[in-house]
Design a protein around this ligand. Structure first.
Ligand SMILES: Cc1ncc(COP(=O)(O)O)c(C=O)c1O
Length: 451
């Protein structure tokens, strides 16, 4: 039983009145004792105006991909901790729940009239926080970063041509390339003195005539790089030289650790570089609004923007607009506190792993709420390569995902889904209550310590 006020998965689901997932049982870290706790409109604030991120917020039984999907894959009670999917566990900013409650009180759901306040929020957020000056007319709203990037790939990369990316990188980039019927080319990052670095020679050697776009992930999921102005400028100039359009995915741009600075591609001090780019963003990571389907892209170059727009069609939902507007206009203070808490979580995980898991490699993140752990020694020790073949698994890392879940209840994402360089690694989400992290780390350490 969990050290945190534990609750049987089945009991929680019964309390919540959700029966569809009742077959999946397991113990999860939680202090929410009733379903009504899930619908509170304000997250508790502590003395000094601090939001309480320490009290775990139970998401089990809410049709939540992070906590409910893995349970469907394993037997009763095997899966306990969803640490794979990139979604934050905290109860959302109160301003979001309040705005949604107010809108839900009116019972009509026809087409929306205007998205102007949403656009204003995007402009204000980017200007005030990131120093990028956006013209509302240069912004196209979308229902996700995915559809925008797919439209851009369709418009810039002829079918069968290539899109370049530094890997390990967000697994979705490969499915975006497939959807656009273009080939993904990895330029693997080099691991130098504890940081992932761009291999400039390799990158340039891959800029062949059939490469027509480069996806830049800033901050980089899963390696945690926050690329510097100089690195971005160098990428941008190389792409210009080789006639490659830059597609900058900046969805993790708000989650930046102290001491690092996110530089929007669209704010670089080289007009030619900026005019050769399209940027994609959302606050769906910032405020955990992924289910609200809201994102946007922009370009300072009207020609590029028009080209992408030709291939793009999206409609936003009323509730998505309401939630995002509220977050942009009123969520800043909540997010700043959440970001500081996640920064401390990174330090907590780093210290724990260095002290208690000597056979696991740790890389210090600069941004994102992911951490990319090197389990190569553990994989070798358990013969994951051979076991994967024996169990019909595609990769040793996929086998290890099951192994770790079965031994510890902790579910991580296999590094190989992030392209070349992901071998031996697993991605872990650290955006949870620190009490949950403590349980997760204790369970993982017990599983891998004596292999
Ligand atoms: C780098 C990156 N881009 C895009 C996405 C998905 O964006 P969306 O849900 O808006 O399509 C993710 C989700 O994890 C991501 O990490």
């Amino acid at each position: 039983m969990s050290k945190i006020v534990g609750m049987n998965r089945r009991t929680f689901i019964r309390n919540a009145g959700v029966t569809a997932l009742a077959g999946a049982a397991g113990t999860v870290a939680t202090v929410s004792s009733t379903a009504s706790a899930q619908s509170s409109s304000s997250i508790p604030k502590l003395a000094g105006g601090r939001y309480d991120f320490d009290t775990p917020y139970n998401r089990v039984g809410t049709n939540c991909s992070r906590w409910d999907s893995p349970a469907l894959k394993y037997g009763d009670g095997v899966f306990k901790y969803g640490m794979g999917v990139a979604s934050i566990d905290f109860e959302c900013a109160p301003c979001i729940t309040e705005a949604l409650a107010e809108r839900v009180a009116h019972h009509n759901w026809g087409y929306l009239s205007t998205t102007e306040p949403l656009r204003d929020g995007i402009v204000k957020w980017n200007g005030e926080r990131h120093g990028v000056d956006l013209d509302p007319a240069s912004i196209t709203l979308s229902d996700g970063v995915y559809p925008g990037i797919i439209a851009a790939l369709r418009s810039f990369v002829p079918i069968g041509n290539k899109v370049l990316m530094n890997s390990p990188v967000y697994s979705g980039f490969y499915s975006m390339a497939r959807a656009a019927r273009v080939e993904a080319v990895d330029s693997q990052l080099r691991y130098v003195n504890g940081r992932y670095e761009i291999d400039w020679d390799d990158l340039e050697s891959k800029m062949t005539a059939d490469v027509r776009a480069m996806l830049v992930c800033n901050p980089q999921n899963p390696t945690g790089n926050v690329w510097t102005k100089d690195e971005l400028l160098r990428i941008g100039r190389l792409c210009l030289e080789h006639n490659i359009v830059v597609l900058a995915d900046e969805i993790h741009s708000d989650v930046i650790r102290a001491g690092h600075k996110y530089v929007p591609f669209g704010s670089l001090p080289d007009a030619a570089v900026v005019n050769n780019s399209v940027s994609f963003n959302a606050i769906s990571k910032t405020f955990n609004l992924a289910g609200m389907k809201n994102a946007y892209y922009y370009s300072k170059n009207p020609r590029l923007l028009a080209q992408v727009n030709q291939f793009h069609r999206a409609e936003l939902s009323t509730l998505g607009v309401v939630a995002n507007e509220a977050a942009y206009h009123h969520g800043g203070e909540w997010f700043d506190q959440a970001n500081a808490y996640m920064d401390d979580n990174h330090t907590f995980v780093e210290n724990y792993i260095k002290e208690h898991m000597p056979n696991v490699g740790y890389t210090r993140n600069e941004g994102t709420f992911m951490t990319f752990l090197n389990f190569s020694k553990v994989l070798d020790a358990i013969g994951a390569e051979e076991m994967a073949k024996a169990h019909g698994k595609d990769t040793a890392e996929a086998y290890f995902q099951d192994w770790l879940t079965e031994k510890s209840g902790v579910y991580l994402n296999p590094g190989t889904i992030y392209g070349a360089g992901g071998e031996g690694h697993m991605r872990m989400n650290i955006a949870s209550s620190r009490r949950v992290l403590q349980e997760v780390l204790d369970a993982m350490a017990a599983a891998v310590r004596n292999v």
